[in-house]
Design a protein around this ligand. Structure first.
Ligand code: HEC
Length: 159
């Protein structure tokens, strides 16, 4: 009896796994073109661009470089949730639509998140590896410099 029930549960679980494969979230693959405005303004060095591309743009731009397992539900649904959520808070592809104040604030948040080791998300670093201390310093220096122009603009407009 118990054996029969376990077998039925097994089949049901398998069926559920097959059925959720039909739920395919729309891919975030608009290309890196839209990141150009952000990079033109914040002037990252080639090194900073490489760090951002390898560690941040997957969840904070309109283009994700998907791994093969992103094709498999429920992983695909879980990744999609991170991308949506990450982009909702901070999307470099929409940089031009942010106010000067918001740009400054997002870079401030970026420095904090990187300093505290909250970004990239832990689940991401399991596979992609963590930022090295050197990468963190490089990112923070770039963001601190990039903030200067926004701070200056804010001060001028407050006068
Ligand atoms: C796997 C997806 C993912 C990756 C990769 C990732 N983030 Fe995030 N990020 C998120 C999510 C989700 C949130 C919002 C929820 C939270 O704070 O945990 C977030 C929030 C943020 C915020 C806060 C925005 C705000 O206004 O509060 C900043 C700044 C940020 N991330 C910067 C980065 C940087 C810099 C990197 C690379 C070093 C990075 N993130 C990598 C998913 C990601």
């Amino acid at each position: 009896m118990i054996k029969k029930i376990l077998k039925a549960i097994g089949y049901l679980a398998l069926l559920a796994l097959v059925v959720i494969q039909f739920f395919r979230p729309e891919k975030n693959e608009a290309g890196y073109e839209a990141v150009k405005a952000f990079e033109a303004e914040t002037k990252p060095s080639a090194e900073v661009v490489a760090i951002l591309k390898a560690n941040c743009y997957d969840c904070h731009s309109n283009h994700t470089n998907y791994p093969w397992y992103a094709e498999v539900a429920p992983i695909s649904l879980w990744l999609d949730d991170h991308v949506r959520h990450g982009k909702g808070d901070f999307n470099v592809s929409e940089w031009e639509s942010y106010s000067v104040k918001k740009k400054d604030h997002k870079l401030e948040e970026l420095i904090e998140e990187v300093e505290e080791g909250h970004m990239p998300l832990d689940s991401y670093t399991w596979i992609h590896g963590k930022l090295s201390e050197e990468d963190k310093t490089t990112l923070i220096q770039w963001a601190t410099l990039a903030r200067l122009q926004y701070k200056t603009q804010l001060e001028v407009s407050a006068r």
